[in-house]
Design a protein around this ligand. Structure first.
Ligand code: SF4
Length: 361
């Protein structure tokens, strides 16, 4: 199977004129960046040397609001991956930006340089949350930008945060449902972390802001991931990528950080759904053996971190033994055998039923 590689190019956006409470971007005058076209070329070359042939390769400009940077610098930076794309050495170009840094001229320029995917840092579609978070744009800006991006034929990516000031679980679910109506190509979900040297840190230290707890964020992200999943929307990231500094005790002062955040969310979904399945079917589980047949990709989330799901079901449901086997079975199904009983479960249908019974859809 062909592999998909991303070449990340971090474009620090010095002089961002905004004041998002969670961001520690230092304010310096001028809409600029210190990344040059020579850096871009070097980063691409370094990565290309390490990739296997027959793979799909994308160059991604991350880290700031790319289209808020001076247009001449945007052109200079984009010209490099554009050349690589024309020569067939890379396959795609993506970037992330703010919803109010999108207009027709900006999009025309991105088309000229054959950008494929534009990810909007939306964070919330609740105007009060946007205001409390100092985003400096409204939900209306998001709708306008999203429509324009789709009209121009780009892939639309949407990024949301949970646990921002003024946010609630209901508001996050509402943002998710509104995202779904915008039919994005991909989504990222970031639980809000309190990062050093931010306004949020000050609010946290004065007791004016409380981060969402780890347990709450796992429960909420599980619902969000199920909602996107039943609508066939690809969630490409949940939780901030751990780096040398993005660690609790380093730049992360507080908040629901875990290096394997997504894996924990996926395990929680299997726990919720299997528990729901046993309960709605009134299954007799005491002293029985449970065998689960699964696609290899689901083995670890079903089992849970350090077999936490297996231990949970043995303790809670009285199973004698639980075994999980890799089988040629598609990723959306699992097979379960409890002594003589066998069922092949469609997990997406089970999610729909679970979300309906919990009045989420
Ligand atoms: S999150 Fe983006 S828009 Fe907000 S202050 Fe930081 S760089 Fe600027």
């Amino acid at each position: 199977m062909s592999r998909h590689y991303i070449i990340p190019i971090f474009v620090p956006h010095y002089g961002c004129p905004h004041d998002c409470v969670f961001c520690n971007q230092k304010k310096i005058t001028g809409l600029s960046t210190n990344v040059t076209s020579i850096d871009v070329k070097n980063i691409i070359e370094e990565h290309l040397m390490t990739f296997k042939s027959d793979s799909t390769i994308e160059v991604a400009f991350y880290g700031g609001s790319f289209t808020a940077i001076d247009i001449n610098i945007q052109k200079e930076l984009l010209a490099i991956p554009h050349e690589y794309k024309i020569s067939g050495r890379i396959d795609g170009i993506r970037l992330s930006t703010r919803p109010d840094s999108i207009d027709e001229n900006i999009l025309k320029n991105l088309k000229d340089y054959s950008v494929d995917t534009i990810e909007l840092g939306v964070q919330s579609l609740d105007d009060f949350v946007l205001y409390k978070s100092g985003r400096g744009h409204t939900s209306e800006d998001v709708y306008k930008a999203a429509e324009l991006i789709k009209e121009f034929g780009f892939n639309l990516g949407l990024q949301m945060m949970i646990g921002l000031p003024g946010d609630t679980g209901e508001k996050a679910i509402d943002t998710c449902k509104k995202f779904i109506r915008l039919s994005p190509y991909c989504v990222r979900i970031y639980p809000t972390l309190v990062i050093k040297d931010t306004y949020l840190e000050k609010q946290f230290l004065t007791g004016d802001y409380f981060p969402i707890t780890f347990e709450e964020s796992i429960a909420l992200c599980s619902i969000l991931l199920m909602l996107y999943s039943i609508n066939n929307i690809d969630v490409i990231r949940i939780g901030l990528q751990p780096t040398e500094n993005i660690q609790l005790g380093k730049d992360v002062v507080a908040g629901p950080f875990h290096p394997a955040f997504r894996q924990i969310v996926e395990s929680n979904i299997f726990r919720l759904l299997l528990e729901y399945y046993f309960n709605i079917n009134n299954m007799d589980t005491n002293n029985k053996n449970l065998i689960i047949d699964s696609n290899s990709k689901n083995i670890s989330p079903i089992s849970g971190q350090k077999s936490s799901n297996i231990k949970y079901f043995i303790d809670r449901y009285g199973f004698n033994r639980i075994k999980i086997y890799t089988k040629e079975i598609d990723i959306n199904h699992i097979g379960i055998t409890i002594d003589e009983f066998y069922d092949k479960i469609n997990m997406k249908l089970l999610m729909i039923s679970y979300l309906k019974d919990n009045s989420i859809i």
